[in-house]
Design a protein. Structure first.
Lengths: 117, 116
C-alpha cells in the first residue's frame, strides 16, 4: 500500500483564491511527522510546513496551513490568497517513527498547481 | 537560514566517465544528509542516507559501488556516479537534516546529469 497518497495530479486555481491539496498517509507508528514541499520548475525543493503527530494544533506558516485530521490520516495543505508564484509541484512527505529513528522521508506522487491570473 | 547548495547544477558527460556531485549545508551543520533521484514528472526516490564519519546506508536496489557517497565533514557530502551510462541520466537532489525541532530536511537545488 502507498504510504503517502496525493490523489490530485494537477489542478488550476484562480489568483487570490484559496486552494486545498489533498494528502493521505498510512502508518501504524504513533510517532510521525508530515511535511509539505514546493518544487517550482527550477527543481529545488522548498520546505513549506511541518506537522508532528502529537501536535495538538494545525500548523500554519504565513499563507500555508495544514488541515491535520489524525483519525482520517489526512494532512491537507491549504494555500490562501494564491499568487502566480505559487504555480509549482507540491509534495507531501512523511517521516515514520520518532526523530531519532533515521529521519527518512517517504514522498507522495505530487500535485501540480497552476495559478491563473 | 537552512541553505543547502549543490554543485554542479548540471553536467553532461560521456558514457563510462565518473561524475562527482557536491552537497553543502551553508549555514548549519548536518550529521545526516540524503541523496535522492528524480525522474521527469515523478516523485523523489531516496537513494541513500549519508552520515558524517560513517558509511552511507543505501536503499534497496541502489548499487553502492556505482553511487559512491562520502560525508567527510559536517557540511559536505559528495555523490560520485561511477562509470556513468545513459540510464543514469536523471535529476539528483540532496538534502541536509537540520536536527532539532521538527528535524526538517532542507534541499539543495539539484543537479541534472546527462550521460551521452
Amino acid at each position: 500500500a502507498q504510504k503517502i497518497t496525493q490523489t490530485q495530479p494537477g489542478m488550476f486555481v484562480q489568483e487570490k483564491e484559496a486552494v486545498t491539496l489533498d494528502c493521505t498517509y498510512d502508518t501504524s507508528d504513533p510517532s510521525y511527522g508530515l511535511f509539505w514541499y514546493k518544487q517550482p520548475s527550477s527543481g529545488e525543493m522548498i520546505f513549506l510546513i511541518y506537522q508532528g503527530s502529537y501536535d495538538q494544533q494545525n500548523a500554519t506558516e504565513g499563507r500555508y496551513s495544514l488541515n491535520f485530521q489524525k483519525a482520517r490520516k489526512s494532512a491537507n495543505l491549504v494555500i490562501s490568497a494564491s499568487q502566480l508564484g505559487d504555480s509549482a509541484m507540491y509534495f507531501c512527505a512523511m517521516r515514520e517513527g520518532p526523530r531519532a529513528a533515521g529521519n527518512k522521508l517517504t514522498f507522495g506522487g505530487g500535485t501540480r498547481v497552476l495559478v491563473k491570473p | 537560514g537552512a541553505v543547502v547548495s549543490q554543485h554542479p547544477s548540471w553536467v553532461i558527460c560521456k558514457s563510462g566517465t565518473s561524475v562527482k556531485i557536491e552537497c553543502r549545508s551553508l549555514d548549519f551543520q548536518a550529521t545526516t544528509m540524503f541523496w535522492y533521484r528524480q525522474f521527469p514528472k515523478q516523485s523523489l526516490m531516496l537513494m541513500a542516507t549519508s552520515n558524517e564519519g560513517s558509511k552511507a546506508t543505501y536503499e534497496q536496489g541502489v548499487e553502492k559501488d556505482k553511487f559512491l557517497i562520502n560525508h567527510a565533514s559536517l557540511t559536505l557530502s559528495t555523490l560520485t556516479v561511477t562509470s556513468a551510462h545513459p540510464e543514469d541520466s536523471s535529476f539528483y537532489i540532496c538534502s541536509a537534516l537540520l536536527a532539532g525541532g521538527s528535524d526538517t530536511q532542507y534541499f539543495g537545488p539539484g543537479t541534472r546529469l546527462t550521460v551521452l
